[in-house]
Design a binder for this molecule. Structure first.
Ligand SMILES: [Zn+2]
Length: 158
C-alpha cells in the first residue's frame, strides 16, 4: 500500500527535490488575487538539491544584481529572492507571461550580470550586510547557469 505524504501549504514542500534535475526554470505557483490580477512564481534552480549549493556571498550578489537589472527588461518583476537552501531563487512576476518570455527575461538579466563591474547597493547604507558580496562568485555561478540554457526547460531527470 502506498501512503501519500500529507499536502503542505508551501508549494515547494510538495516538490520531491530528489527527482528534479538542475539547472532548470519551473513554474512553481500561480495566484489570482481578489481584484482579478494574476501573479506567477518561478523556481530558478541553479544547483542540484542536496548535492551542491551556492555560497552565501554569491547568492547575495546574484540577488542584488538580478533584482536591479531585471527591471531594465520588464515591468512584470515583483520580486527576486534567494532560497534559504542556497540552491536557487524565486522570481515572482505580475501577469502570466509565456514561459519563453520568462526564460528570455532571465537570460537577458544574467547576460547583464556577466557585464557588470560592481554589485549594486553592496554597501552599509543600502544593504543589511554590505560586506557579504562577491561579484566574481556571482559571475562564475551565472556563467555556469547560462551555459546550460538549453536545459532550463527540463525540470525532471529523464
Ligand atoms: Zn543585500
Amino acid at each position: 500500500m502506498v501512503t501519500e505524504a500529507p499536502r503542505m501549504n508551501v508549494e515547494s514542500f510538495n516538490l520531491d527535490h530528489r527527482i528534479v534535475s538542475a539547472p532548470y526554470v519551473r513554474l512553481a505557483d500561480r495566484k489570482q488575487l481578489p481584484a482579478g490580477d494574476v501573479i506567477v512564481k518561478y523556481d530558478v534552480r541553479f544547483t542540484q538539491p542536496n548535492r551542491a549549493h551556492l555560497e552565501m556571498p554569491t547568492v547575495h550578489s546574484i540577488e542584488h544584481l538580478f533584482a536591479e537589472k531585471s527591471r531594465n527588461h520588464s515591468d512584470r518583476v515583483i520580486d527576486f529572492s534567494p532560497m534559504g537552501c542556497q540552491t536557487g531563487f524565486y522570481l515572482i512576476l505580475q501577469g502570466e507571461p509565456a514561459y519563453d518570455e520568462v526564460l528570455a527575461l532571465i537570460e537577458a538579466t544574467l547576460t547583464d550580470i556577466l557585464d557588470a563591474t560592481e554589485v549594486p547597493a553592496a554597501n552599509e547604507t543600502q544593504c543589511g550586510w554590505g560586506a557579504n558580496h562577491t561579484l566574481e562568485g556571482a559571475q562564475t555561478a551565472v556563467r555556469g547557469f547560462l551555459a546550460e540554457r538549453d536545459r532550463w526547460n527540463t525540470v525532471y531527470a529523464a
